[in-house]
Design a binder for this molecule. Structure first.
Ligand code: NI
Length: 200
């Protein structure tokens, strides 16, 4: 498995619509493996293909005990509304409350091409919606009010100075996977980034 560079806000691929996967090939499975590894190394809970510079309709999540690749995902049901703070691995250190449906049903193929359906709320439900947005070239910033969006962009203007190439290159991990930090607990920011301050 390899770690892929994460494309950051401003990189054009994050604004492109992803393309339907026609055939699930060994290469696609390798990509999914690399995305899982990249997500883990970045302490994330979700990662979509455009975030690693790819066009496939594919995302991976590892949250609330669900570790799953979603190929050709579709939102087939949504209920309720709630607000939750979100972050994004492509917009490090920027967090904001986003309003979305509270419970969603998704349909997708797994890496064997088998269609499955999942209904989720809480952190997983959020994460699935955030990742689906990535496949449409959307970011959580697009869902903010004008004022909140301006505040988030101001934060990003400072943070992005750390990434002149708009790529986040993950360091080589000194820790074996079993010593990696635990996944964030429910109630922490959703989206695909880790919480701003680690909870003990
Ligand atoms: Ni994201």
């Amino acid at each position: 498995m390899a770690r892929l560079d994460i494309h950051l806000f401003g990189s054009p691929i994050l604004r492109q619509e992803a393309e339907r996967v026609a055939h699930i090939t060994p290469e696609l499975r390798r990509l999914a493996d690399d995305m899982f590894e990249t997500m883990r190394a970045a302490n994330g809970i979700g990662l979509a293909a455009p975030q690693v510079g790819r066009r496939e309709r594919l995302f991976v999540v590892d949250v609330d005990g669900v570790r799953q690749a979603f190929v050709n995902p579709e939102l087939v049901g949504a209920e309720g509304r709630n607000k939750w703070e979100e972050g994004c691995l492509s917009i490090p250190e920027v967090y904001a409350e986003v309003e979305r449906p509270s419970t969603v049903t998704f349909r997708a193929q797994d890496l064997d091409g088998v269609w499955f359906e999942v209904t989720a709320g809480d952190l997983l439900g959020r994460c699935l919606q955030h990742e689906l947005d990535h496949l449409a070239g959307k970011l959580f910033l697009d869902r903010l009010s004008l004022l909140k969006r301006r505040a988030a962009l101001r934060q990003w203007d400072e943070e992005k100075l750390n990434y002149p190439a708009l790529r986040r290159v993950l360091p080589v991990d000194a820790l074996p996977p079993e010593q990696a930090p635990p996944a964030p607990a429910a109630g922490t920011p959703a989206g695909d980034a880790a919480p701003p301050t680690p909870t003990p």
